[in-house]
Design a binder for this molecule. Sequence first.
Ligand code: BDR
Ligand code: CA
Length: 302
Amino acid sequence: MTTKIIMDTDPGIDDAAALTMAINNPSLDLKLITTVAGNVTVDKTTANALKIVHFFGKDIPVAAGAEQPLIKPFEDAARIHGESGMPGYDFGTDYGKPIDKSAVEALRDAIMAEDEVVLVPTGSYTNIALLFSEYPEVKSHIKQIVAMGGSFSGGNMTSAAEFNVFTDPDAAKIMYNAGVPIVTVGLDVTLKALLTADTIEKLGKLNKTGEMLHGLITHYNDGSDAGRPMHDVNTIFYLLHPEAFTTKDMWVDVQTDGPAIGATVGDVRAAYHDGKTNAKVCLDIDADAFNKWFLEEVSKIK
Ligand code: BDR
Ligand code: CA
């Protein structure tokens, strides 16, 4: 049985790798890709999503989304992902166009067309917050949200905040309080499951997809030569191999102002919300299994 998914993304090198895995795994049926400003501006994240879809010769619709966060001024991460957001591989100039619908309209239509769909955001959650505000009826059609973002062990923007949540904390707060089950795939796991130098070297020799990903990853300014985090890919690994993760159910909320803006805060003792939870938080991961799976997945492509 296949799982129907929708990815909301800001490619971005690790987003590109996550799209690669989602597009090519036969257990996943990727219905729609929506884009958001994040790692680079939304015109670039949209072009980059289209480049990946075109690289694999697929006909998956891409809809362009929010140009900026709900309230907070936009800050990109080009220092990590390069000015284009996807340097290191020449995708050419012929990669098509986004569909003639906004991300929010496309999300609404795609979600309402299914009884059950999994939403996989790997950028900031602006499109999702707008969607839930404008079309709350979609919520009952979403089985779960498997979201890269947040941290319960220190941030990568400030000591408290992870990039996707920091980029649009107001949207993150809306998403966490929407009443839809969320799996939080944050830095607690993504910084443990580093792609090792050995994995990256082997990747480049596998096939055309491996060459493409190797080109991108060797232009990625996150991590170090000892290992590079593939944050967003952990969402797809979770969907396919939840047994590789240690999780804890808790109530999660988001700080939207002050020095800890963008921090995700978990009610770790279930003390403040009458024992209710809104998220399954990934706290540990089998990093060796992630590296092994990553290479195996790519070796099956082309
Ligand atoms: C997140 O920030 C982005 O730079 C990555 O693509 C990932 O989604 C990690 O904090
Ligand atoms: Ca991302």
